[in-house]
Design a protein. Sequence first.
Length: 242
Amino acid sequence: MIIIQAKDYDEMSRKAALFIASQVLLKPNCLLGLATGSTPVGTYQELIRFHEEDGLSFQQVRTVNLDEYYGLPASHEQSYRFFMQENLFDHIDILPENTHVPDGLSRDPQAYGKEYDEMIASMGGIDLQLLGIGSNGHIAFNEPGRYFTAQTRLVDLNKNTIEDNARFFESADEVPRQAISMGMRSILGARRILILASGANKAEAVRDMLEGQVDPMIPASILQLHPNVTLVADNAALSLIS
Ligand code: PGA
């Protein structure tokens, strides 16, 4: 894993955006795997700036998102489709039909997950997957557990994640208890992975991801098995690395 150190969140965001922009320049019709949460917001702002000021075009880019809360319609302010529109898609020249976020209202999540994985494969696989890391070491909504799961599927959020995400809702009671999440197969199938981490509350998860064993209790540790992963993290998130 290549580690790129940044002094703070803003520098992490600039470096991450440069990384993604270079992918778009190298392969204008690339398939980007995208993430939500507070970590990538600054990266998306930089990409919007590259689009507005430097003419970076996303016209041929295709995207797939990692996950969506189960039960939230796209119009809900806390849905990840809404997040992506607000934080990126509405501000760049990407074609709406080229953007894919799991459908939180899918009636048959099991069949839907299979279709989502098949769609990714039929699009040629992900060129660059952007990831955040949960304070419990999750990637997408692959929560700590007894084993790694390959498929996109319906998952239960664990207590830690519900508490972490309660800041976006009126209260923890309103955080959906389930999500549709991409599994490890499509994530690890990406040709390159860019994982971001910012802040002291991620330091333990970053340490365990980098220095611990590959362990489904630290889902991000599976990235040790991927040949092309870059971590861009700020000093606070790297503070426990030996
Ligand atoms: P955050 O979430 O960016 O809001 O910290 C990261 C994650 O849970 O993957």
